[in-house]
Write a protein that binds this ligand. Sequence first.
Ligand SMILES: NC(=O)c1ccc[n+]([C@@H]2O[C@H](COP(=O)([O-])OP(=O)(O)OC[C@H]3O[C@@H](n4cnc5c(N)ncnc54)[C@H](O)[C@@H]3O)[C@@H](O)[C@H]2O)c1
Length: 433
Amino acid sequence: MLDLRAYRVKEKSIAVVGLGYVGLPLALSFARHYRIIGYDINEDRILALQKHVDPDGELSTDDFEGTDIIFTTQLEHLAQASTYIVTVPTPIDEFKKPDLSALFSATHTIARVLKKGDVVIYESTVYPGCTEEECIPILERISGLHCLADFKVGYSPERINPGDKEHTFTRIMKVVSGCDEPTADFLAALYGKVVEAGIYKASSIKVAEAAKIIENTQRDVNIGLMNELSIIFHSMGINTHEVLEAARTKWNFLPFYPGLVGGHCIGVDPYYLAYKAAKLGYHPQLINAGRLMNDNMAAFVAKNIIIALINSGKDVRQAEVLILGFTFKENITDTRNSKVADLVYELQSFGVKNITIFDPHANASMVQKNYRLKLASQYKDRQYDVVVLAVPHKEFTTFTEEELKSLLRSPYIFFDLKSVYFSIRKNFNYWSL
Ligand SMILES: NC(=O)c1ccc[n+]([C@@H]2O[C@H](COP(=O)([O-])OP(=O)(O)OC[C@H]3O[C@@H](n4cnc5c(N)ncnc54)[C@H](O)[C@@H]3O)[C@@H](O)[C@H]2O)c1
């Protein structure tokens, strides 16, 4: 019988498998109420966490205070848990197909220590059907146990928004589901103790998986539409920002904006849904169109930078370009699937050699390792032919007109992708999405 009491009095413990952007805040929140085993295969990460340092820079030392948690890479520690929460990455491969290797590997690991009466909860984002069709068979095969009869499985998608200090783990309504009703109730009680925003019980694991994936698919398709509008309005000489300001005066106009869609959620999850749909014989039109549109925006921006340089009589090969921001969105450290990298590669393909990239939040050695691009340690020491405000970190949103101009040579070509400086556009050779 699934009994939360044993966890509340700490007779049983919970393992969180994968301590990244999702797993760590979850583990620390749970560790204020339950005994937690924080498990990860990355030794460096575990060493940092043991010293109460979050390698991703999202949480502070204070967030570790008052928690009942051990950080480990050891299977024998993992074996002490009775509930396992899986929060490992689910990216795409080079062909934009789901890469489930971390999910399967974590499932194998858990299966090796799974006991009768245990519960496995998946939080990683997957396509509908993945938990039941892929993960449960691995758990059964390796452990020799049977789902429902011997152990239970639940799914509860994570909805955190990196860098968002308001919508944190405990302040977002949690969707839970289970392989049977008692398991769904168990998840509801387990998360209900921690999540202040409330619990929503989905009718099945597949429904919960699908709900998560469409949240990001909806955003992707809508941003894709804004990006398409931006391309159209550029060819018409209309500013998209001004159009959107006017349109949003209607009560039911949805507030989406054009932009580079990077990261590992909005730009990845729709591929999971499209993959599963295609496997079932349906090739999504809108979903794939949104992906295609958003994946090509960096090339559109690069083309316009080249046009602006040529139109102002600059030699593209000698031009000096400053790019401000590299992370996949503002005020975070995460550089996964950065579309700014695409922008740089695209500019390089046109022959632009002198590109300075500055980002006070990104980890320079990670950028070097993953993208073979060098981040500058400073940028104010000279002038540039173009400034591209790619990611409006807070450090980049308070420039005065004079400060911006001091970075630029005449004719002040300023690519302000997200229209942060729209109000002073007339004093620059200005471009925004
Ligand atoms: N980051 C977000 O904002 C966010 C939001 C909602 C959902 N998600 C989803 O949550 C999941 C986790 O994403 P993330 O951003 O936290 O990933 P992450 O890369 O930040 O962290 C994953 C952690 O898992 C560890 N790991 C990898 N394989 C492992 C294994 N076999 N056993 C144990 N640990 C392993 C890694 O070392 C890493 O520390 C993904 O499915 C993602 O799509 C992420």
